[in-house]
Write a protein that binds this ligand. Structure first.
Ligand code: SF4
Length: 421
C-alpha cells in the first residue's frame, strides 16, 4: 500500500533521532521531559522491585489488547491526521508532534501539507520558505531535518520502518508509527505515553530510558501489539496515555485495561515509570525592546545557535536571572537602563524605553526563559548591521519568542504577508 501512498513522494539514512518525547497529549505547553518542572518522585517501594526486569511480564496480553482496541474504536481522539494513510502526511505530523502539543500542531500540519503535499514539493522549497512556515512551532532543527529527508524521499521510496529509520531525524518511534499506521507493519511504536502505560501494566521497576529498560519495554509493547491492526493499536496506546493514563493523575477508574494492570493492582500507578529525578530548571531573564519606524520593526539576526540566522528583537540577557518579580520589574528602571546602555555601547544607538509590555515566558530544554519587552524609541544614531528594519510581513523566519511578542503587541505586523501567525 504504502507503495501507492508513497507515489506522492518517498523516503531513506542516518539515525539521528531528534525525538525526545512526542506530545500526543494535546495538553498545554511543551512536553519535553527535561523542560518539565522538577519533581520529587518517590522511589518504587521494595515490594514492587522484586525480581529482575525479565521476570516482569504482562498479565493476559490478549485480554488487554481486546479491551484497548474496543475502547479506541469508541473513544479515539479526532485528530486532523487520523483520516490519512499517506505516509508523507503521517510523517509530517509525527515530526511536528515531537516536543509540541497536538493543539499547536494541527493548523501547521494542514497548512504545511497544502503547501508541500509531497516530499518532492518540499525538496524543491527554499529553506527560508520552510522555516517561515514552521515559525511558531519551535525546534527548527526538525524542519531542517525534514527538508533533508524530503530530498532523499524524492529519490527513493522506502519499504518499511527499517528504511524509514535511515532518514535524518527519524528514530525508532517515528519510523514505527509511520510504518504501522500507513502500511500496517506489525511493529510497536513506543513514545513517552506508551512507555508509561506499558511500565504501569507490567509494574516495571527499572528506568525504562536506560538501554536495558528500553529494550524490555519495547519487547513488552511488541508482545502486546495487535498484529492485525498495528496502526490502530499503537494509536490506542498513545491515546490512552494522553487521556487516561496521565503521568501524575492516572484515571484508573475509567481505564479499559485496569483489570490487567499490575501497577493499578499494587495501588501505586503514579510511581511508574521509574524515572530518575528531573534536572533543576535554570531560570534566564532577558530584556527586549520593540522599536518601530514607519511600520517597520528594529530587529537583529541571531549569530549563534539555537536558531542561527533567525530574526529577533534587540535584547539583553540578564544572567543569572535575579529572580525579580517581573510585575515589579516591569517598572524597574534598572533593567531598562541596562538595555539602553547595551544598545548605546554595542550599537551606538541612543534609545529611550517606555511602556513595559506583557512578560513572555517559554522553555527550552531545562531553561525557563522570561523575556521582559519594553516599547522603545530611537532617539539618535544610525541603524547598522547586525540591526536593521524588518518590513511588515517579512517572510524571513523569526524566533518563536520574537514572533509571539510581535503578534501580541503589533498584530498587524505579521498579518501583512505571512500566512501562518
Ligand atoms: S489502570 Fe491506571 S495505571 Fe493502569 S494503565 Fe490504566 S490508567 Fe494506567
Amino acid at each position: 500500500m504504502g507503495r501507492a501512498l508513497i507515489s506522492r513522494g518517498v523516503y531513506p539514512t542516518q539515525t539521528t533521532d531528534l525525538r525526545i518525547q512526542t506530545s500526543r497529549s494535546g495538553g498545554a505547553g511543551v512536553s519535553l521531559r527535561g523542560m518539565a518542572p522538577a519533581t520529587n518522585r518517590s522511589p518504587i517501594p521494595p515490594e514492587n522491585r522484586q525480581g529482575s526486569p525479565s521476570s516482569k511480564r504482562l498479565e493476559d496480553p490478549k485480554r488487554t489488547r481486546r479491551a484497548l482496541l474496543r475502547w479506541f474504536d469508541a473513544n479515539k481522539r479526532e485528530l486532523p491526521w487520523r483520516g490519512t494513510r499517506d505516509p508523507w502526511a503521517i510523517l509530517v505530523s509525527e515530526i511536528m508532534l515531537q516536543q509540541t502539543t497536538v493543539a499547536a500542531v494541527a493548523p501547521y500540519w494542514e497548512h504545511f501539507l497544502n503547501r508541500w503535499p509531497t516530499p518532492g514539493d518540499l525538496a524543491a522549497a527554499s529553506s527560508d520558505e520552510v522555516l517561515s512556515a514552521w515559525a511558531g512551532l519551535g525546534y527548527y532543527r526538525r524542519a531542517r531535518l525534514l527538508m533533508e529527508s524530503a530530498k532523499r524521499l524524492a529519490k527513493h521510496t522506502p519499504e518499511n520502518a527499517a528504511e524509514l529509520r535511515s532518514l535524518p531525524g527519524i528514530g525508532e518511534y517515528t519510523a514505527a508509527a509511520v510504518a504501522s499506521i500507513a502500511w500496517d507493519e506489525p511493529i510497536a511504536a513506543v513514545d513517552g505515553n506508551v512507555e508509561r502505560v506499558v511500565s504501569r501494566l507490567a509494574a516495571f521497576p527499572d528506568d525504562p530510558r536506560k538501554a536495558a529498560g528500553k529494550r524490555y519495554i519495547r519487547s513488552l509493547a511488541q508482545e502486546l501489539l495487535a498484529t492485525r491492526r498495528p496502526g490502530d493499536f499503537n494509536q490506542a496506546l498513545m491515546d490512552l496515555g494522553a487521556t487516561i493514563c496521565k503521568p501524575r493523575t492516572p484515571d484508573c477508574g475509567h481505564c479499559p485495561i485496569a483489570p490487567t494492570c499490575q501497577a493499578h493492582h499494587a495501588g501505586n500507578p503514579e510511581l511508574f515509570p521509574a524515572l530518575p529525578p528531573r534536572p533543576t530548571p535554570t531560570p534566564i531573564l532577558r530584556v527586549a525592546t520593540v522599536i518601530t519606524s514607519r511600520g517597520k520593526v528594529l530587529v537583529t539576526e541571531r549569530k549563534e545557535a539555537p536558531n542561527k540566522g533567525f530574526l529577533e528583537l534587540p535584547m539583553l540577557d540578564i544572567n543569572p536571572d535575579p529572580g525579580v518579580d517581573l510585575s515589579e520589574a516591569a517598572r524597574s528602571e534598572q533593567l531598562a537602563s541596562r538595555l539602553c546602555t547595551h544598545m548605546n555601547s554595542i550599537h551606538d544607538l541612543r534609545i529611550q524605553l517606555g511602556k513595559a509590555l506583557p512578560v513572555h515566558r517559554h522553555s527550552i530544554t531545562r531553561y525557563r526563559i522570561r523575556i521582559l519587552p519594553f516599547r522603545g524609541k530611537l532617539c539618535s544614531g544610525r541603524v547598522r548591521r547586525p540591526l536593521f528594519w524588518a518590513p511588515p510581513g517579512d517572510a524571513r523566519p523569526f524566533t518563536t519568542a520574537t514572533r509571539r511578542i510581535l503578534a501580541a503587541n503589533l498584530p498587524s505586523f505579521f498579518s501583512m504577508g505571512s500566512d501562518v501567525t
